[in-house]
Design a protein around this ligand. Structure first.
Ligand SMILES: *Cc1c(COP(=O)(O)O)cnc(C)c1O
Length: 492
């Protein structure tokens, strides 16, 4: 299958090439030539394990990858999750389900893709005949960084460097990254927010001069952010898998529609849901949940994307984003796959910080999406009320989604089954969760874990407990202008 750039100026001949390049040479994102109809295989998928379902879904795009190799890689990746289950479903109320995507090595949903990406990339590079070293440059709003470090640590022929906003991630997220082991890893804090990190990384990706200087050091760049199709494609699986599990357990009948509620930042997770729908999955609405940085709520309400607004640091930091990269892939579809139009919009976004949809495009939005947001107080209130009502502890990002689910139900009177994606362990944000439940502010993240465990009887995950005594390996905090020098220094 071919992959096209959303900006019309680049084509990858196969998935391997799209994954290795990460970003298209014109600055656009790679999108598949077409969406394979996987839903017609639903009977087969229902009887399969998660790794087998993943092999079917991913293999439908990555047709050049050897199927047996892919299956083995999926089995290995998903064995790293608690009970070997990357996407278990919990029923919390009538027709209300939560899909827990955070039982992987780093306790965030990013693990579902990043436990597999090293294989997809290594194999892809071999298929493309790439002999150079690969440098993965990652911008993170908190969770991608650790998940990517964990996935790529000590991988032969690959180095990884992570940029995180130095004051924009939780204490636990920061500690997870700064204690990462491995000879091929580097972690630097950036003075700025996630958008600064992402723009800095993207600028290096699309700079011909940077590519030349790296080439002289026998290095090519790739990305582990959701701008990389290889990050996106494993995320499609769990939408299918949730549906299969609901049918298999007779909660729904085959062909019934379901809604998915997704706590959204860079629009990667929810875009995978949109792709699943295009692949035939009977999804009614994809519900886009934002925090106070509600640029997407506004986009879905008005058809205008406008990033000229205040940036807020919230207690759901992984969603503190004003430039949602993957929206570009969705807007490309809305435009009827018009690369020229998409390029023009992205130029407007760069120069004046906004663009708008045509009325005919705007009218298409409500077929697939509903959008709303939760402010800080609503987020805390939801953590607390969900625990009181159901004895179920959720993290702040999932709480944002569950608040928006309430809005959705109130607004639409929708009665069909709804799956909310739970994206992180509450113990990645222990102070915010403890504060939500008790109204008490704690400075010490580990103290908060201890008290939270007492209060809720929800055990602290081992990955968090072990952090307390791990050596901190990375201390650098730099200006974004200094990133490229730091990259060159790292690879030499
Ligand atoms: C990354 C992340 C999100 C946002 O996902 P996107 O794919 O960027 O929209 C939400 N919650 C958590 C916990 C995350 O780590």
């Amino acid at each position: 299958m071919k992959f096209y750039s959303t900006r019309g100026g680049d084509v990858a001949n196969n998935a391997a090439e799209a994954i290795v390049k990460g970003l298209a040479s014109d600055g656009g994102l790679f999108v598949p030539e077409y969406f394979p109809d996987i839903y017609k295989e639903i009977d087969k998928l229902i009887d399969m394990s998660y790794a087998e379902r993943a092999t079917e879904v991913i293999g439908s795009f990555l047709s050049e990858y050897d199927n047996e190799g892919l299956k083995t890689a999926c089995e290995k990746a998903y064995a790293k999750f608690e009970n070997g289950e990357p996407a278990p479903i919990v029923k919390i109320d009538d027709k209300t389900y939560v899909m827990e995507l955070f039982h992987g090595p780093t306790l965030a949903f990013k693990d579902v893709a990043l436990t597999l990406l090293p294989y997809l990339l290594r194999k892809g590079a071999d298929m493309c005949g790439i002999k150079e070293n690969i440098l993965i440059l990652v911008a993170t709003s908190g969770d991608t960084g650790k998940a990517a470090l964990s996935g790529f640590a000590d991988q032969e022929g690959i180095k990884i460097m992570v940029l995180y906003p130095s004051d924009g991630v939780s204490d636990m997220q920061k500690l997870q990254m700064r204690t990462q082991e491995g000879a091929n890893v580097n972690v630097v804090g950036i003075k700025g927010n996630f958008d600064d990190c992402q723009t800095t990384a993207k600028n290096i990706f699309s700079s011909k001069k940077a590519a030349q200087l790296l080439k002289e050091k026998n290095t090519v760049l790739s990305s582990a952010n959701s701008i990389n199709f290889g990050r996106l494609v494993p995320q499609i699986t769990y939408y299918f898998s949730a549906y299969c599990d609901l049918v298999a357990s007779e909660q729904i009948k085959k062909g019934d529609k379901v809604n998915f509620v997704v706590p959204t930042g860079n629009f990667g997770n929810i875009l995978a849901g949109y792709y699943a729908k295009r692949m035939g999955l009977p999804i009614n609405k994809l519900v886009c949940a934002s925090n106070d940085n509600n640029v997407l709520t506004e986009f879905f309400a008005s058809g205008v994307y406008d990033k000229n607004r205040d940036f807020y640091k919230t207690i759901s930091p992984s969603m503190d984003i004003l430039l949602s990269s993957n929206l570009e892939r969705f807007v490309f579809e809305l435009s009827g796959r018009d690369g020229e139009k998409t390029l023009q919009r992205m130029q407007e976004l760069k120069s004046i910080g906004k663009y708008n949809l045509k009325e005919s495009e705007f009218n298409l939005l409500e077929n697939d999406f509903f959008a709303s947001y939760a402010d800080e107080e609503e987020c805390r209130e939801t953590v607390s009320s969900i625990f009181e009502e159901y004895g179920y502890l959720v993290d702040t990002h999932t709480a944002v989604a569950l608040k928006v689910l309430r809005d959705f139900k109130a607004f639409t009177d929708d009665k069909i089954s709804t799956v909310t994606l739970s994206t992180a362990s509450p113990y990645k944000f222990p102070q915010s969760i403890y504060d939500s439940l008790t109204g008490k502010n704690l400075n010490d993240a580990f103290k908060a874990c201890e008290l939270l465990e007492k209060e809720t009887a929800e055990p602290v995950p081992e990955q968090i407990r072990l952090l307390k005594t791990k050596e901190i390996r990375f201390n650098d905090v730099i200006e974004k202008e200094a990133v490229f020098d730091s990259v060159m220094n790292f690879i030499k």
